[in-house]
Design a protein around this ligand. Sequence first.
Ligand SMILES: [Zn+2]
Length: 615
Amino acid sequence: MAQATKTTGAEQVRWDLTDLFQSPTDPAIEETLAEAQTRAVAFEARYKGKVASLAPKAVAAMMRELEEDEELAARPDVYAYLLHSQNTEDPAAGRLLARVREAGAERASHGVFFTLELAHISDDQAARLYADPESARYRHTVEEARKFRPHQLSEPEERVLTDFSPVGNSAWNRLFEELCARIRVDLDGRRAPLDEALVRLRESDRTVRRQASAAITAALDQDARTRGYIYNVILGEKAIDDRLRHFPTWISSRNLANETSDEAVQALIEAVTGRYDVCARYYRVKKKLLGVGELHEWDRYAPIGEVARDLSWEEAKDLVLSSYRRFSTRAADLVEDFFKHGWIDAPVAPGKAGGGYCMPVTPRHHPYILLNFTGKLRDALVMAHELGHGLHDRLASKQHIFDFHPPLTLAETASVFGEALTFDRIMSEEKDPKVRLAMLCTQVEDAFSTVFRQVAFNRYEDACHTMRRQEGELSVEQLGEVFQAKLQPMFGDALHAYAGLCVRVRVRQPAGSVRVPPLPAGGAELRRRLPGVPRRGRLDAAGRARPPAGHGHHRSRVLGRRPEDPRRHGDRGGATGARDVSIDRRKPSWMLADALLVAAGWSHGAFFDPISTDR
Ligand SMILES: [Zn+2]
């Protein structure tokens, strides 16, 4: 049984942000914002109209100047973001976040000219810059900027959009994050944070899992309409932006920023969706290993055997550090600094953002890591994952600031590598075949999350963006259906399937069965993907089909990534959500609320951070 409140030793492990600022009211924040603003105005006065024609040496000098500006401006931004995710219910943190975003937009409007002019550098000029050793240092920056030329608007238009940006997408995302952080789940009569409840889906006791699932469903049901509205606004904004900027598809801007192509991503999607049978096969095996007649959504994360090992914070830390050390002393030393110097915020806390992330700052300032440590072996793997990002960031600190952030397509390599080191370490020492089997299952499931599940999310996003553009605002019920339709194929017939489809089902008591209305347009795909679900007909009390009666963004401010985009994602997955059919289906299911949780995440078409947030 899960302990309601178990101490892990992580409770006191909070990050120390004082090497950025002392408090949200530290006067140094306003001073920094003012200085950054002054520098941006001066930069504009000095270089406007000249960027595309400067001699190579002058370009190099200009870029060095801009590096200094970015170093300075990143600090208040990052500080406000970290403070807010540590406690999204803290009004001082919220106010500061709004303040730095407004100041950031004001500053960025003076940098609009730069982004446009850099993109308009001619081929000849670019060749001159690449030939000079000093300016060649910024070759990648120039190349990246030039790619966006066909998608840029005029300077006055870009300035207006920049001015409005603090009250656009980022404001909606903040509201979404605050709503999510406020979710409380009724656990044994206590109102617990969502992350704490999600851990119970990994308990070995099936009753505990089922009850947790029902409680989570009820909790996610709250505010689902509001989150649905937020998602619709974000989808709508993206559609407008893509139209104005002539991006052919909803994901094209993301792919361009990720330094990949629509074709490459499409090939990846086809390769992965073409082998969903691999997952389904595994889950059929898991069903046997668990010895359950049917695999329900609350069984997906069940541990195999009674080996769900618990770890204290110190044990997890030792495990992860020694795993890095086995690989490389230098890597371990760089990782150990996170523990030594207070760069990690570890415990689950009220109001704290869920999941985990690693937030890089600048090449000259160390990164920060946010975790929600609950004392499971899995939390050690999340720790290893985020420290992999952290290690990458520290090793990348020799790059200039514009090349410091890896694109999302690369970023997960280091983190998944960190996980693999830890997993190898565990397996090298574990002799008990039962434990080894359990560990292998965990590893397989994490690999599914990294590969298949992310692609399934991409399919979900693809459907939502497409439908929003073609059909207008999407209802909460529609979003739930789409989520089910896009996630279920991963599991094939191995997972009991009924949640999303039943959103529209009316419960007819006391017949013991519910009527399935005709599937909506687009139902053809659902039918193909979900064999066994009748076109119309009945589901029995267990949700099995019966024959029918009688028959059958852009780059940030100036350049580089927005500091408010750490490598994390708002999803707290669970291709799940089903409750028993006997539960009133008129209410949104977890599946559906879950869809909104995933959906209103902060970015479009991102390759989701696989481990830290996928529960
Ligand atoms: Zn990651």
